[in-house]
Design a protein around this ligand. Structure first.
Ligand code: OOG
Ligand code: MG
Length: 257
C-alpha cells in the first residue's frame, strides 16, 4: 500500500474518532494486510501527537479467549495509548464523544524501566513499578462495531479511554487474581487474570516484543494495559461501572450523556 493511501485511511479513522461518527469497514472495499494496518495506525496516532496529545503507553488486545470469541478475531493485537484517553478513577465519563462505547476489565502495568524485545517473565516483572486494576473503554470507529483484523488494527485496536485504579506493589503472583465487573450494582462479568494468556504477565512480555518490533520499545513511565480478561459490556448513560480485583481494590466511573 502506498504512503498516500495509508495517510488517507489514517485520516478517516482519526476523523471518525474525533467526530464520534462511525465509518464503513475498510474491508468492504479492500482487505488491509496486518503490516499496512499497523502503518495506518501509526499514521493516525501521529496526527494525534501533532495535535498535542502525548504518548502514555500501549494496550494489548485479544489476549483472552473471551475477547477473541466475542469479536471473532483470533490474533493478538496492540494499540497506542495517549494522555487524551486517560479518565480519572471515580470521575464522570461523558459518552457523547464516543460512537458505541463498551467497557472491559483489565490489569494495568506501570513501567519503572524500558523493556527490550526479548524478556523473560521475571525480567518483565522486574521492570514493573506498580500494577492496578483498570477499566478500558473501547469504541470501534466502524459501523455496528464490526471489523476484520486489519480494520481493528488500523483503528488503534478500538482504543478510546482507560481508567486506572490505585497503584499497588507489583511483586506478587498475577497468574490468577479473581475479578468482578459490575454495572449499577449487578455483577456483569466475572473472571480472573488467568483469562489473560493464562497469566497477565505474559501480556507484558508480548507487549515488549511487539512494541520493540515496531521500533518503539516500551519506555519507563509508560502504562501497559494487559487486555480484557472477559467479554466487554455495552455502555449507556446513567451507569456506575465498578471493577473489583482480588488484592488490588477497585476502579470505577459513572457515565453521563
Ligand atoms: C478490539 C480491542 C481488543 C482487548 O482488551 O482485547 C481489546 C475490540 O474488542 O474492539 O481491547
Ligand atoms: Mg481492551
Amino acid at each position: 500500500m502506498n504512503q498516500q493511501r495509508i495517510a488517507e485511511l489514517a485520516e478517516r479513522v482519526d476523523t471518525a474518532a474525533r467526530m464520534a461518527q462511525a465509518i464503513p469497514q475498510f474491508a468492504d472495499q479492500e482487505q488491509l494486510g496486518v503490516e499496512d494496518a499497523y502503518a495506518v495506525q501509526a499514521a493516525s496516532i501521529k496526527r494525534r501527537l501533532q495535535r498535542g496529545e502525548r504518548r502514555t503507553g500501549m494496550k494489548m488486545g485479544f489476549t483472552s479467549r473471551a475477547k477473541m470469541v466475542q469479536m471473532g478475531v483470533r490474533d493478538m493485537i496492540w494499540g497506542r495509548l495517549t494522555d487524551a484517553m486517560a479518565q480519572a478513577d471515580g470521575a464522570p465519563v461523558s459518552l457523547g464523544r464516543f460512537v458505541h462505547p463498551r467497557v472491559e476489565p483489565e490489569l494495568a502495568f506501570l513501567l519503572a524501566k524500558p523493556l527490550p524485545a526479548n524478556v523473560s517473565l521475571p525480567e518483565a516483572m522486574e521492570a514493573v513499578a506498580a500494577i492496578a486494576p483498570a477499566l478500558e473503554i473501547i469504541d470501534s470507529r466502524f459501523d455496528s462495531f464490526k471489523f476484520t483484523l486489519g480494520d481493528v488494527v488500523a483503528d488503534n485496536a478500538s482504543s478510546s479511554g482507560y481508567v486506572i485504579g490505585s497503584w499497588h506493589e507489583p511483586h506478587q503472583d498475577l497468574s490468577n487474581l479473581g475479578l468482578v465487573m459490575s454495572i449499577n450494582g449487578t455483577a456483569r462479568q466475572v473472571g480472573s487474570t488467568a483469562g489473560i494468556l493464562g497469566n497477565a504477565l505474559r501480556s507484558l512480555v508480548a507487549a515488549a516484543r511487539l512494541s520493540a518490533a515496531a521500533g518503539e520499545p516500551l519506555q519507563a513511565g509508560w502504562i501497559v494495559m494487559a487486555g480484557g480478561a472477559t467479554a466487554a459490556e455495552v455502555l449507556k448513560p446513567g451507569q456506575h461501572v465498578l471493577l473489583e480485583m482480588q488484592g488490588l481494590g477497585r476502579v470505577e466511573f459513572n457515565t453521563t450523556e
